[in-house]
Unconditional design. Structure first.
Length: 251
């Protein structure tokens, strides 16, 4: 795969611009079911598949390790329908295959690519999305500019593919503040959660900090069974109960 950064693309076709505007206005889109409580915070009750999403870690060791961030991304990929493969682009191949299998991901459908820096990682992600050969493209990058995010969102729209940018600073690289990219449809923060036991599914503290057309929320979740309909199962809701009830139209 050619990972050479490409020159800026020509202006987006009018059809893509119109589609992006319709999405911003809340038009219906195909999406990935996330369960009732989380779905109530998302536009249309689903995680849009033809869209760009950002996932970052909470503070602490997870900033360096990124294992929980990768685990959440793996659960999302595993629940996407269809036979197409997934592309995962990173600075280094450090995914643990048995862990991916435990999360329901088929390693046989996963294509891994390495790139030397964030710019090359994002260029490879854009190429993968624009080609349409992958059901989703994941990119591990510490920095995502507003311009790069908009280009990636337009690339997601071209074939209705999901794009996931995972913010990580592994291998001793210094962490820095993440610039909020308004073109991302959702932004998530995730960290380790309280364990239910040595053989129980992993639990995570999951926060939806931005959802275009939706509302924020925060939960303790655990990875569902390999064949579960939803990527995660809510164990506890951490948001204000009154606000949560209002979101669901209760009371």
């Amino acid at each position: 795969m050619d990972l050479t950064p490409r020159s800026p693309p020509s202006p987006a076709p009018a059809g893509l611009i119109a589609q992006l505007r319709r999405q911003g206005a809340g038009a219906a889109r195909p999406g990935l079911g996330m369960g009732g409580v989380i779905g109530a915070c998302l536009p249309g009750g689903v995680l849009p598949v033809g869209a760009l999403h950002e996932v970052g870690p909470e503070d602490g060791a997870e900033v360096q390790q990124g294992a929980v961030v990768a685990g959440f991304a793996a659960r999302l990929l595993a629940r996407l329908p269809g036979p197409l493969p997934w592309l995962w682009v990173a600075g280094r191949e450090d995914l643990y295959a048995p862990g991916l299998v435990a999360l329901g991901l088929d390693p046989g459908r996963l294509v891994l690519a390495c790139a030397p820096d964030d710019a090359a990682v994002l260029a490879a992600m854009e190429a993968g999305l624009r080609g349409g050969a992958f059901a989703a493209v994941v990119a591990e990058a510490g920095r995502l500019s507003r311009i790069a995010a908009r280009r990636l969102q337009l690339a997601c729209l071209r074939h209705g593919r999901m794009g996931l940018v995972l913010h990580r600073w592994p291998y001793g690289r210094a962490a820095h503040a993440v610039e909020e990219a308004p073109s991302a449809v959702t932004r998530w923060r995730i960290g380790g959660g309280p364990s239910a036991g040595p053989f129980a599914p992993p639990r995570w503290r999951l926060a939806l900090v931005h959802a275009r057309g939706g509302v924020p929320g925060e939960w303790i979740v655990e990875a569902g069974e390999r064949d579960a309909a939803d990527p995660v199962r809510v164990v506890a809701e951490l948001a204000d109960p009154a606000a949560a009830a209002q979101r669901r139209g209760v009371g």
